[in-house]
Design a binder for this molecule. Structure first.
Ligand SMILES: [Zn+2]
Ligand SMILES: [Zn+2]
Length: 598
C-alpha cells in the first residue's frame, strides 16, 4: 500500500510539510494478484491518477470513499483515469439519506465549481452505496464499519493474501476519557477496536493531540493518544498516524512519532509510523484475527428500508424529546414516546428498530434496558443511553458498571445537532434490513432513452403481450408472471397476471437486479436471500418467496425490462425451466421490437 495523501481537512503544501506531505487523504492498495483498491480521493488522488495513466494500459479498480467531506473527494475531478475510455471503476461510499452517491459527487462538479461535468467522465463507472457489512472486490474481502463523525462515515478493513489492512478516517473517540489515551475501553470504542483487531497495518485518523482535544469535541476526529490506545488494545502490528492536522509541520510530527515510539516500546504496542506521501508499506502475511462477520450485505436501500419503521424515545426532558424526535421523523421514522418505566412494554408491543433511553442518574434506564433485552430474547436491537454531565457524567458511571454493556451505545450531551443526527442514522442503518437496492447500470441514460422510445409506458393492455404471460403461468406452473419495463424510479408492468398492482418502486423491484446484471436472476427462496429477505413484497403482500426473471435486451443492446415469474412459495428452478423462460423472453422482445402497425 502507498500513501498519496496524508493531510486532514485541507491541502497544506509548503516548506513545512514537505516530508509528510500536504495532499489530503488518498491511499493505493494492491493485492498480490493485482486487485487495485483506492481509499479516499483527497487531493492526493491527482498524483496517483497521473501515475496510473503513465503506466499506459487501461485498467480497472475500486474506489472506497469513507465519506464525502471535501478532503476525501476533492481529487475526483483531477483523477485522470476517470476520464479515460477503456477504464472501469467501481466507486463505493456510505449510503446517505435523500441523495444518491452519484448526485453527491456530481455536486462538486457542477459548472460553477468545475468545468467538466460528471456525465463527461469517459471511463465506465459503477456507483455502490454501502452500509455496515461485508463485500468482496476482486480477491479482497472488505468489511465496513460506521465511524464516529458528523456525517455517515465508513471505515474499511481489507483482507487479502493473509494480510489485513484497516483504514479508519475520520473518527472521533466515543469515550471522552479514552480520547486522552487512558482509561477502560467499552461500548462502541471496544467494537471499534474489534474492527481493527490483529490487523497488520491500521491507517488511523490522528488529527489532534489529547491536549488540543477539549477545544475540538464534536469535530469528528481522533487524538493521537486514542489511535495508539485502540491500536494497542486491538493488537495491531503497525499503526500509521494519518489525517495530519494542517497546523502540524514535519518537525511536530517527528516529535510525536518519537514520543509515541518510546511509549509503544515500553507498553508493547504496535510499531508506529506517521503516514508520509509516497511512503510504501509492503505487508507480509502473519496470522491475523478475522473481524467478526456482520450479518448483512452492504449495499442496501436504506431510504425505503427506514420508511414504516419506528423508534422508541423514552425520556423526560421535553427539549431533548423534541430534538431527537425531529431527527427521527426527518428520516421518516415513526416515533413512539413514553416514560422510561413504560419502555419495555412498548418495545415489546411496537417492535421498534431503535430505542433511546434517558439517563436519569439512577438505575432506571439500565433496568428498562435489561427488561427490553429480556422481553425481546436478547436480540441486537440498538438501545442507546442518552446522558449528560448533570448526573455525574454517564461515562464515569459506565466505568463503574452502572451503565453496562446491555446498552448498545451512549449519546452524551452536549452534542451538536448534526452529530446526534449522524449517530442516530448510523444506529438506524445498522438496524436496517436484509434488502439490497438494485444498482444502476452504467448505460442507464441510454437504457432509459431506449425504454421511453418504445412508446409502451402505461399504455393499455395488449393481447400480444398478455398471451406471453398466460403461457408463462401455464408452462412454468406459477401464479404470477409479468412483462415489466423499467423507468428511472419505477417498474411498470406492460402485462401482468396474478398481481393486483401494476407498478413498484425500482428500489423494491426484483427485476432491477436482473436488469443490472443483464443475466437471468433466480431466487429460489427470498427469505434465504440477503438481497430480498426484508423486501416489502416479501415481508408484506403478496409475500413473494420465489422469483425468476429474464432481462429483455433489445437489438440495440439496451435492457429495457424483464420477463419474470413469481410464486408465494419457494421453488426449485432448473435448467429446463430457465430455457422456457429464455424462449418466452425472446417472444416478448420480438413483440417489443415489432414496428407499429405490423
Ligand atoms: Zn477528513
Ligand atoms: Zn470528515
Amino acid at each position: 500500500m502507498r500513501f498519496f495523501g496524508t493531510r486532514g481537512s485541507i491541502a497544506t503544501p509548503g516548506p513545512q510539510t514537505l516530508r509528510y506531505g500536504g495532499n489530503t487523504s488518498c491511499i493505493e492498495v494492491r493485492s498480490k494478484s493485482g486487485t487495485l483498491a483506492i481509499l479516499d480521493m483527497g487531493t492526493g488522488a491527482a498524483g496517483l491518477g497521473r501515475e496510473l495513466m503513465a503506466r499506459g494500459e487501461p485498467l480497472s479498480g475500486h474506489i472506497l470513499i469513507s465519506h464525502t467531506h471535501w478532503d476525501h473527494i476533492q481529487g475526483i475531478p483531477f483523477f485522470a483515469p476517470l476520464f479515460a475510455p477503456g477504464f472501469e471503476w467501481d466507486i463505493y461510499a456510505p449510503r446517505g439519506i435523500g441523495q444518491s452517491l452519484r448526485q453527491t459527487l456530481a455536486g462538486q462538479m457542477q459548472s460553477i465549481y468545475f468545468p467538466v461535468a460528471i456525465e463527461q467522465l469517459g471511463a465506465t463507472i459503477r456507483y455502490h452505496e454501502l452500509v455496515e457489512g461485508r463485500l468482496r472486490i476482486g480477491d479482497i474481502d472488505v468489511t465496513t464499519r460506521y465511524l464516529n463523525h458528523p456525517t455517515l462515515t465508513l471505515g474499511y478493513r481489507l483482507e487479502a493474501d493473509d494480510v489485513a489492512f484497516v483504514y479508519a478516517c475520520d473518527h472521533e473517540p466515543h469515550s471522552r476519557g479514552l480520547a486522552t489515551g487512558v482509561g477502560d475501553i467499552f461500548g462502541e470504542d471496544r467494537r471499534h477496536a474489534e474492527f481493527l483487531a490483529g490487523a497488520n497495518l491500521v491507517a488511523h485518523d490522528a488529527q489532534y493531540l489529547a491536549s488540543e482535544y477539549p477545544g475540538k469535541i464534536g469535530w469528528g476526529h481522533s487524538t493521537i493518544e486514542y489511535a495508539f490506545a485502540v491500536a494497542r488494545l486491538a493488537k495491531v502490528e503497525q499503526l500509521a498516524l494519518t489525517h495530519h492536522d494542517p497546523i502540524r509541520d514535519d518537525a511536530a510530527i517527528d516529535a510525536i512519532v518519537d514520543t509515541l515510539r518510546s511509549d509503544s516500546l515500553r507498553m508493547a504496542g504496535p510499531h508506529i509510523l506517521a503516514a508520509a506521501e509516497g511512503h510504501e508499506v509492503d505487508l507480509s502475511p502473519r496470522t491475523f484475527v478475522a473481524a467478526a462477520k456482520p450479518r448483512f450485505l452492504v449495499e442496501a436501500s436504506l431510504v425505503t428500508a427506514l420508511v414504516g419503521r419506528s423508534a422508541l424515545v423514552a425520556m423526560a426532558k421535553p427539549s431533548r424529546i423534541d430534538e431527537l424526535s425531529d431527527f427521527l421523523r426527518a428520516d421518516e421514522v415513526h416515533v413512539h414516546l413514553c416514560g422510561i418505566e413504560d419502555a419495555p412494554r412498548l418495545a415489546e408491543r411496537e417492535g421498534p428498530m431503535l430505542v433511546l433511553l434517558e439517563d436519569t442518574g439512577d438505575d432506571r434506564a439500565a433496568k428498562a434496558c435489561h427488561a427490553i433485552r429480556r422481553l425481546r430474547g436478547g436480540d441486537d436491537l440498538p438501545i442507546v443511553l442518552v446522558t449528560s454531565g448533570e448526573h455525574g457524567a454517564g461515562e464515569h458511571r459506565a466505568h463503574a458498571g452502572a451503565v453496562d454493556d446491555a446498552f448498545t451505545d451512549i449519546l452524551m450531551h452536549p452534542y451538536s445537532p448534526i452529530y446526534a443526527r449522524a449517530r442516530i442514522r448510523a444506529w438506524l442503518m445498522r438496524a436496517a434490513c436484509r434488502w439490497v437496492r438494485p444498482s444502476e447500470p452504467n448505460d442507464e441514460d441510454r437504457r432509459l432513452a431506449a425504454t421511453r422510445a418504445l412508446g409502451l409506458w402505461q399504455t393499455a393492455p395488449e393481447e400480444r403481450f398478455d398471451r406471453i404471460t398466460r403461457i408463462a403461468v401455464a408452462a412454468l406452473d406459477v401464479p404470477i408472471a409479468l412483462i415489466a419495463l423499467m423507468d428511472r424510479d419505477r417498474e411498470w408492468f406492460k402485462s401482468c397476471l396474478g398481481l393486483e398492482i401494476r407498478e413498484v418502486h425500482r428500489d423494491d423491484s426484483f427485476c432491477g437486479h436482473a436488469i443490472f446484471e443483464r443475466e437471468p436472476l433466480v431466487v429460489s427462496d427470498t427469505l434465504l436471500d440477503e438481497r430480498f429477505a426484508d423486501n416489502p413484497y416479501v415481508t408484506g403482500a403478496p409475500g413473494v418467496r420465489f422469483y425468476a426473471g429474464h432481462p429483455l435486451i433489445l437489438g440495440n443492446g439496451c435492457c429495457v425490462g424483464t420477463l419474470a415469474i413469481l410464486d408465494i412459495k419457494p421453488r426449485h428452478f432448473d435448467n429446463s425451466g430457465l430455457s422456457v423462460l429464455y424462449d418466452l423472453a425472446q417472444l416478448a422482445i420480438g413483440e417489443i421490437e415489432r414496428p407499429k402497425g405490423v
